[in-house]
Design a binder for this molecule. Sequence first.
Ligand code: SF4
Length: 383
Amino acid sequence: MSTSLGQYADFGELLASMLKQTGWDAWRTRIASCPAAAVDDVLAKPEQGIDDLWALLAPLSPGQLERMAQQAHRVTLQRFGRTVLLYAPLYVSNFCSNACVYCGFNCRNRVARRALMIDEAEAESALIRAMGFQHILLVSGEDPKHAGTGYFAALASRLRHQFSSIGIEVQPLSSIEYAELIACGVDSVTCYQETYNPTTYERVHRAGPKRDYARRLGTLERAAAAGIRKVGLSPLYGLDDWRVEALMAGVHAHYMATRFWRTQVSISFPRLRPAAGGYEPPCPLDDAGLAQLICAFRLVLPDVHLVLSTREPAGLRDRLLPLGITQMSAGSRTSPLGYSHDKEAGEQFTVMDERSPDDVCAMISAAGYEPVWKDWDESFLNG
Ligand code: SF4
């Protein structure tokens, strides 16, 4: 696998080249048939690189996951120490103009819809702030009529002096729009490609602007070109073969970290759950696979942040933490007004780890790590 970046205009071109040389199904076969000895050879290297990722995603022999976990734990301590950054999401709107078959916010589903007024969003954020959070992630369905660039600019301007970091996970925007939001205090952009397989992408995105695969794929590059400080990416595990999805996500992260070296990259691990509308994930990722993914990314992308949300249950989050996780959400509500009115509007997914932020902090401390509420101050730049 050659991942030399210089010859590609953008990540879309790199991905297209990878899939042209070795199609999606051929990648699946190649990874699935990788011999155990090849995995051993990769694990025996003093350091692993992005070209080793496909082997580390192969089905493992007994003992290999344990070795990966030990190495991943060691690398994490070297690069990040014993720290875990905490953040909380604020769902500002669940209106959406897309018809993603796997999502409860799908515009064709009948769920209670709500978009917060700026004052309401600020009041919800105050509750998040009161829990101790300094990092907030603004999340919305994709419908600019209810939550467009102007809305996020106004909200970020209100919140910028209350939080040390404001992230957005909303519809893809242009570089000009990202620049506008950065000027208002937004410093991170998360955008999940959902699936890197263009064929599957077309099948599961039935209507709306999200059907434009290429535009979504270029989202993080547009944000980075505008000067965003942090980007987050992932597929949505469950839509297609998780091993191939992870390979493409790893190459995407490597591309972003190399080409936009000033921009911090993070990878999340959202696993698809059954959604409103009765959708069942066709390619579920099990717990052992999730652990393998975390270890594999940590070994080949040692400086990338790995994020684990409250989609996962408490006990599993506790066990996965030492493998390489550096950021966690806590106390999350996934519906608008969720912090002040429990479950008034429809949720995007069910929170599995329902512990309070204090309880999550206690778990992190008991595991020998330091919970971090704030890892950044704008005065670093201006001082
Ligand atoms: S996944 Fe996002 S874009 Fe798709 S329906 Fe849900 S909220 Fe809308």
